[in-house]
Design a protein around this ligand. Structure first.
Ligand SMILES: [Zn+2]
Length: 296
């Protein structure tokens, strides 16, 4: 078995697709996080959800744009995390400005008669932000949010004031949220860009196809045979039918357009824990079509 070595090629179209998803997707997800979060904000769940949606959107761009470079995927997914989280704060900032305007503009109009037009939304919110934090604009709002902090309470217990996180811990909390968004987006996007690709046909390999199952008693034998490219008499050990755990599962991906390229093989160990089957990958790599014939 050989390791799969990606070409690391990034077509221009792939970059364009990823940029498009980054900007449009990132801002939209940030907006949804803010919009739904106004009603109820679930800690951990919201950042993870945002990261998953961002990661899947990027994965679509990676697939369509044929990006087979996981480092590029990691860079774009990190940027996706930053755009989602900063958009989320930006929409909160806009909301804050509207709130301030609605609350104070009427009072100011009454008290300063002809000068009401001089107090725009930005100017009004800056007055408060500078007073509270010494900074104006978006950065002033970030500092102001940190000063107020967040309070975490259990769902359905609005009377419970919960735990309040304030400065300096709030910066750690923000960092955790950003890491969750970017982290999940990175995992999903990098996995997508690491999928096997046929350079000859310029196309992705197929989805996973199950080759068969192997009883646990034969596990060492088949892993040894795969690692040493000696698949003479292991074909008979593979069952086409699902075996009960613990066992091994062999899965393949192949080029959908040609039969001449190597087959990508993955071996999973299936174990049963608390009535549920868990899969963990034990081996993966490329074998030639001739070697593959010995397995089936
Ligand atoms: Zn091919």
């Amino acid at each position: 078995m050989k390791n799969y070595l990606p070409s690391n090629h990034v077509p221009v179209l792939g970059i364009l697709f990823m940029l498009l998803v980054l900007v449009i997707g990132g801002i939209t997800i940030g907006f949804l996080m803010h919009f739904i979060g106004k009603l109820i904000y679930l800690i951990l769940f919201f950042p993870l959800g945002a990261g998953a949606i961002g990661g899947f959107a990027l994965a679509q761009a990676i697939k369509s744009g044929k990006v087979r470079n996981k480092y590029m995927a990691i860079i774009f997914a990190s940027l996706m995390g930053l755009i989602i989280y900063s958009s989320y704060f930006y929409f909160k900032y806009e909301n804050f400005k509207n709130g301030v305007y609605e609350t104070f503009s009427l009072q100011l109009q009454n008290s300063e008669n002809n000068q009401q037009t001089a107090f725009s939304k930005d100017k009004l919110s800056d007055l408060i932000l500078v007073n509270e934090t010494g900074m104006k604009g978006f950065l002033g709002f970030i500092k102001y949010s940190a000063k107020i902090g967040v309070s975490i309470s259990k769902v359905g217990r609005s009377s419970d004031r919960g735990i309040a996180i304030k400065e300096p811990w709030i910066w750690g909390y923000y960092l955790v949220e950003l890491s969750l968004i970017a982290g999940l987006a990175i995992i999903i996007a990098a996995d997508s860009a690491s999928q096997p690709f046929c350079e000859r046909c310029d196309s992705w390999y197929s989805d996973d196809l199950i080759v068969g199952y192997i009883p646990e008693t034969e596990a060492d034998k088949i892993i040894y045979a795969l690692k040493n490219n000696n698949l003479h008499d292991v074909g008979s050990l593979i069952s086409k039918f699902k075996l009960t755990a613990p066992c091994l599962k062999i899965v393949q991906q192949h080029c959908l357009n040609c039969q001449s390229e190597d087959i990508y093989l993955k071996v999973f160990k299936i174990e049963e824990k608390n009535g549920q089957e868990n899969e963990s990958k034990v081996l993966s790599g490329m074998i030639t079509p001739e070697e593959y014939q010995k397995l089936i």
